[in-house]
Design a protein around this ligand. Structure first.
Ligand code: NAD
Length: 430
């Protein structure tokens, strides 16, 4: 089985060299600071006890407390969590947040749990991690198959254990429990904004851009909706069960209504798949990726595009909403082909940026209006996108990913130096 973490480290090494960042700094960024691995015993509704493997990785804290989501998925492994935590380290550095990188996960199929089992699992996770995480140490958030309600349970469990209010221990909470307005849409909105910046640089009209989106969860839905409202032609969408296509463009509101229609109040996960819709033609996952579109948006899981299917990709632009959807090898091939890729570390950073806003609001006990959140998100992403764009256009043979990594690694290198610990790594005699 391919190690996602090994692939992430390979990219780090290659891009570190290209950015002329000190080798010792890259070496120190090639391994996590600490990863806690635990087994969570959970009482099931039938009276039995099941055990779930769970992880929290604090990858790097040079820039501030660790920050990163918690994933509930049957394929979660320590390897995957560490790769995701490495990317969080780069992401927080790219968008100038005072955070290091972290990530967590539980190996579970949450769709098979009842609401009560899901709550017990979420609380068990926080109980196991309560001394490891904290508002100034490591701040979790939602990721695949976790949501605001789960973050709310975890905040509550942490506060029961610590016997005091600590809203800033976790972000992506329900708004009524200290969450930020605009957090739920933030990942999709951020990805939409950077796509709009690219479109305006390339001088294209939205209606001339056909889009295929892999994944219709939190991030995938929100970018689909914003692109649809802006006039882009979203021709294909998928979820874990399959995909749909319409050359004239899908009606995203209708697709969303169908996806949610078979879902009762006490269900965290809907049962309908987009591919069961009778309005649109059903296609396979592989066919969606190979569509002749201007813009492809992987918004599901890592390594959707590898050396095995990269030759099928026809899209001119890719906005990486998922973390690590393109393997390092496939990335090289797309770069040589001239595909413009807005890298994950910038494209999906809207989520962590608004999580940071939530943390600031919690720490100051002063909630912001939705318009303020949206305006500050746009301002930050515009500055970061323009920096990447300028770097790419001033340096020959460079991609936006190389530009993003160069900025992040330089920022980390400077901080290592300023903290006065460089000599611990340095092999050079002073
Ligand atoms: P989610 O749980 O809300 O949705 C995941 C979606 O992916 C679901 O629609 C699921 O059906 C679909 N999916 C799973 N396997 C698939 C497959 N093989 N093909 C097509 N679709 C598939 O998760 P999310 O929060 O939207 O996260 C999606 C991606 O975005 C992940 O890579 C995540 O790490 C990344 N991301 C999320 C956030 C956030 O704030 N939620 C922030 C940054 C990055």
């Amino acid at each position: 089985m391919v190690s996602v973490f090994a692939d992430a480290r390979k990219r780090l090494k290659t891009l570190g060299k290209l950015s002329a960042v000190c080798e010792e700094v890259i070496e120190s960024l090639s391994r996590p600071k600490a990863t806690l691995c635990v087994s969570l015993p959970v009482l099931m509704d039938d009276g039995s006890t099941d055990y779930f493997e769970a992880y929290r990785c604090q990858y790097n804290a040079y820039l501030g407390p660790c920050k990163g989501g918690i994933r509930f998925h049957p394929n979660v492994t320590q390897d995957e969590v560490q790769a995701l935590a490495l990317w969080m380290t780069i992401k927080c550095a790219v968008v100038d947040l005072p955070y290091g990188g972290g990530k967590g996960g539980v190996c579970v199929d949450p769709k098979k749990l009842s609401r009560m089992e899901l709550e017990r699992l979420s609380r068990a996770y926080m109980r196991a991690m309560a001394d490891f995480v904290g508002p100034n140490k490591d701040i979790p958030a939602p990721d695949v198959y976790t949501n605001a309600r789960i973050m709310g349970w975890m905040r509550d469990e942490f506060e029961v254990i610590k016997a005091e209010k600590q809203p800033a221990v976790i972000t992506g909470k329900p708004v009524n429990m200290g969450g930020s307005l605009g957090r739920e849409e933030a990942t999709g909105r951020g990805a939409f904004l950077v796509t709009e910046f690219l479109r305006s640089k390339e001088g294209k009209a939205p209606q001339d851009i056909r889009v295929a989106i892999q994944g219709f969860g939190n991030a995938g839905y929100h970018i689909a909706k914003l692109l649809f409202d802006e006039g882009y032609k979203v021709v294909a969408i998928s979820d874990s069960k399959g995909a749909i296509f319409d050359g004239a463009g899908l009606d995203i509101d209708e697709v969303k209504l169908f996806k949610d229609s078979n879902r009762s109040f006490d269900m965290e996960y809907g049962e309908n798949s987009v591919c069961e819709s009778e309005t649109y033609k059903s296609i396979s996952h592989a066919e969606l990726l190979a569509l002749d579109v201007e813009l492809l948006i992987p918004a599901a899981l890592e390594h959707a595009i590898t050396k095995h299917n990269v030759d099928m990709i026809k899209a001119k632009w890719i906005t990486e909403v998922a973390n690590g959807p393109i393997s390092a090898e496939a990335d090289d091939i797309l770069f040589k082909k001239g595909t413009v890729i807005i890298p994950d570390v910038l494209a999906n950073s809207g989520g962590v940026i608004v999580s940071y806003f939530e943390w600031v609001q919690n720490k100051t006990a002063y909630p912001w209006a939705l318009e303020e959140v949206r305006m500050r998100l746009q301002e930050k992403l515009k500055i970061c996108f323009d920096e990447m764009w300028q770097y790419q256009h001033q340096n020959e043979n460079t991609s936006l990913r190389m530009a993003a990594y160069a900025k992040a690694l330089k920022r980390l290198e400077v901080v290592v130096d300023l903290r006065g610990t460089k000599e611990y790594f340095s092999t050079v005699e002073n």
